[in-house]
Design a protein around this ligand. Sequence first.
Ligand code: ADP
Length: 611
Amino acid sequence: MSFSITVSSSKGRIVYISGPVVKAELPGALLYELVFVGELGLFGEVVRIQGDMAFIQVYEETTGLKPGEPVTRTGEPLSAWLGPGILNRVYDGVQRPLPLIFDLTKRPFVARGGINYEKAPPLDLSKKWKWIPKVKVGDEVEVGDILGVVPETPLVEHRILYPPIYRTGGVVKYVAPEGEYTIEDVIAEVETKEGTVKVKMWHKWPVRRPRPFREKLPPVEPLITGIRTVDTLFPIAIGGAAAIPGPFGSGKTVTIRTLAMYSEARLVFPVLCGERGNEAADALQGLLKLVDPNTGRPLMERTTIIVNTSNMPVAAREASIYMGVTIAEYFRDQGYDSFLMADSTSRWAEAMREVALRIGEMPSEEGGFPAYLPTRLAEFYERSGRVVTLGKGNRLGSVTIAASVSPPGGDFTEPVTSHTLRFVGAFWPLDAKLAYSRHYPAINWLMGFSRYVDTVAEWYQKNVAPDWRELRDEAVRILTREAELQEVVRILGTEALSEQEKHLLNAAFIIREGFLKQDAYHPVDVRSLPPKQYWLLRLIITFYRKGLEAINRGVPASALRELDTVKRLPRLRMEVKNEEYKKLIDYEQELINAIENLVKQYESQRVTTTA
Ligand code: ADP
């Protein structure tokens, strides 16, 4: 396999140009085939065929193109190049490498004229990598087996598979001895029923085609993110999908950055899709600077970033989501947990809409979106999952997706948001009002949900605490009741509340201040591991339950609230480090003692007054 694309002889001509879309007479064109458009050889993809006419979405600026210019078919679909050298890189939506430092507000970013594979290939073809074989001559290999490994970065060992581009396995006839090789060198030869296959360290995979696996597993293990509101209230499972709708300034970028840095996924793939150049530049700079919390090394060593800003060609934006998820699947197949963060899928859908309108698809969804919007969204989210990979050894790997949506005017009934809600298991709505009052993360706890609560509860009960689910549900109940009581207070004033209800409001206040709020800039608070999350919540629920008993024995809610041990509860999230969570266990006893003493005090007062 040579790195240059095999160009088939069939040529065509441009009929007309409409923004990013070109109509061409191109007999025999295939749907999703890559083509080179015009004298410059602009890079495009066939997105609709009508007889001999092909509609092509062009991934580069089409200014200057003229009817009559040639179009050349490649016979290949848009594909990702997958192999060592893919990490620690920033690409655009069609995998053109972008320099790590560049100005996203200016254009063009890359010279026009084909996806210059010779001059700037997506993967470095001449760099030598250390290859460590894991098979020997005579071994039987099947599709998906690990042939060898390449220590690509200090954080990730790249596993070289017998790739799924081959249909059948076979017997290893040759394997390159340990040493330094480029990705173009043959590292193994496999004798199959269909002949000898020469395997290199890289292969291409069509981005719109999900990569195969053996079996999809149910989402029963949580992907720990370290964000309490997420993990405890609205968890995401490994292989699950979550949507994050949020207006500007509500904390989407900070949330995605926190997820990238602290979630327990091995590889993270941020796809920055369609934001304005300067916003994307900020987001990108933020991501590039992140440090892996476990090793202190640059986070980029376990990351590939896809960036397509709103001033880059719209069609490449449409491709960026597929590019990102294909790379995530590729690492899943190696047996890793990948985490894709797409920001924002609304901008992606808008790109889809723009192309659809120009190729003459009738809009059928509200907002002018094409009829296939829900299918496209479903197909994208369907590519998340925890799987048993192909190959021997029952390797497990996963792709988890967190995708932001930007509903215009915060209207969750608009098509992109409402369809997305059907396909994701968790929903973390960011709320402008909460952000304005500096409650971060601004996830609205009354509107959020997670279908994974039921599936991950067993894991939590086994690995964290048997009453995890019970405490979590109680916290949700208290918060829901708080909202109702606040309505009552608004109309009738606090006097209308019973002592029990006042106590509930106090407990809800502590849940919000001491548990839900989490400062992404505070070194201790930024990441809470499950034991700390559990004990923080348990302390608050203990306060609530023991406090209720105390109230029933004559203690006023205000006296409970004024206890020093209670006043300190909201600060514990910043005071107690993850590894010190046992301090919280001791704290519970202190809290119970303080409440008991208060009860005794009130009871003895009553005895004195009655005596
Ligand atoms: P968006 O991407 O939705 O426009 P940002 O993520 O840039 O919003 O957040 C806006 C500001 O809100 C940030 O600059 C930061 O000051 C604050 N912020 C957001 N999330 C948090 C958080 N978890 N902790 C502390 N501050 C936050």
